[in-house]
Design a binder for this molecule. Structure first.
Ligand code: FEO
Length: 405
């Protein structure tokens, strides 16, 4: 086995033994710009315990890191905090190699892992609040359903005041740095919010409940060790507070204008609407789908107060790029409360009605009926676009807009 991969020490008895995926660029539809990490951790207790594994192709890398601190054969317990294969992909090989005394997961986790793999060993279900003795220390499990899947759970190592939070508080970011305090805050904010918007956003209500639950339990937490991205060892409350804000904090006085165009007419409309928003005293963010990915749209929608979507009509519908972005966004359930459609058309002009249908299905209230322009917008049409922008700004600046959950 390669000796080029080493474990990274978190505390006297806890080591990072994960893998860095420098090449990942797509995570089921989410454009990952800077790769990712799959974080596994080793607890050097009387019962040596491996917390999570890594994506299957990275098994050797993880085992090399384990071997840099302990003989892998000494692993007694494996904890699977989450069934998704970026964390369980190496589990079958770990079980074969290590033959651990016990592999534990939540009850839904045991079921889900059994539906993913044919394992040579039975898994043990642990309950919310249950504690597993590791001999000279212990782990307590906390069910965190839907953060990210129904089976997800946290593991808490009280003696080290360390929370293994799996997908929560993570980000897709490959880096040589293992700790958040070694990275610039703007990058943590950018990649953390991008991950939240593209992965965690649909479960914001549950995130708020989870944050409350952790607060009520009064867990002392010095370190948060997530399953993706850097470990929070200094000021872990920074990321907890960011989660509270992304999940339920006030929305920004920002209109997100997402559009695509055929012959620049819808593009002209978008620019005029943005001018109107700015003139009305609010902020506009334009995303042309020629250069922006659906993940950028989700990221910008995270705190947007109004969503304006523009498309010309193509073959009685909206442009495929607009349909793609809207389909993705609908699944993520952004908190944006208000929206409107706009676009240029030639004869039938159905795109706007289709956009309005999706906005309504997403639960947005419509600011006004769709603004449609025949072929190329003239001065009068552009003035109507500016007016839509001003209406949007007025909505954003109204006292009731953008309240938190
Ligand atoms: Fe990182 Fe839901 O898996």
């Amino acid at each position: 086995m390669s000796d080029s991969f080493s474990a990274v020490k978190l505390t006297d008895r806890v080591y990072w033994v994960g893998a860095i995926d420098w090449e990942l660029r797509d995570f089921h539809g989410y454009a990952v710009e800077r790769g990712s990490t799959y974080n596994a951790y080793l607890v050097l207790a009387d019962k040596v315990t491996l917390i999570d594994t890594v994506k299957a192709p990275f098994y050797e890398q993880m085992m090399a890191r384990v071997a840099s601190v302990v003989d892998p054969g000494k692993i007694s317990y494996v904890v699977a905090n989450h069934a998704e294969m970026d964390h369980t992909g190496s589990l079958p090989r770990v079980i074969e190699r290590v033959k651990p005394e016990k592999v534990v997961a939540s009850a839904p986790g045991v079921k889900a892992i059994g539906q993913h793999f044919r394992l040579s060993q039975e898994l043990t279900a642990v309950k919310n609040g249950e504690t597993l003795s590791l001999g000279n220390t212990s782990l307590t499990f906390l069910g965190t359903p839907m953060v990210h899947w129904p089976d997800s759970m946290f593991s808490y190592l009280a003696d080290e005041r360390l929370l293994f939070s799996n997908d929560a508080f993570g980000m897709h970011l490959a880096s040589t740095e293992r700790f958040a305090d070694e990275l610039p805050e703007w990058l943590l904010d950018y990649e953390g919010s991008r991950y939240y918007a593209n992965i965690v956003l649909p479960f914001s209500t549950l995130v708020l409940k989870l944050l409350d639950k952790v607060k009520q339990l009064g867990l002392a937490i010095d370190i948060i060790a997530p399953s993706h991205g850097p470990v929070w060892r200094k000021n872990p409350s920074w990321i907890v507070n960011r989660y509270a804000d992304w999940a339920g904090g006030p929305l920004e006085k920002k209109a997100l204008i997402v559009y695509d165009s055929m012959w620049h007419s819808t593009e002209l409309m978008a620019a005029a609407i943005a001018d109107g928003v700015q003139a009305g005293g609010a902020r506009a963010k334009l995303l042309s789908l020629k250069g922006s990915h659906r993940s950028d749209v989700a990221h910008e929608a995270l705190k947007a107060g109004v969503l304006l979507v523009g498309s010309p009509t193509l073959n009685n519908g909206m442009l495929p790029s607009v349909a793609d972005a809207l389909t993705y966004l609908k699944g993520l359930k952004p908190r944006v409360p208000t929206g409107a459609a706009f676009g240029s058309y030639g004869w039938s002009g159905e795109a706007c009605a289709h956009i309005e249908d999706v906005l309504s299905e997403m639960g947005l209230s419509l600011l006004r009926e769709a603004l449609r322009v025949k072929y190329v917008p003239n001065e009068e049409a552009l003035a109507q676009c500016v007016e839509l922008g001003r209406l949007t700004a007025a909505r954003l600046l109204s006292p009731t807009a953008g309240a938190g959950a």
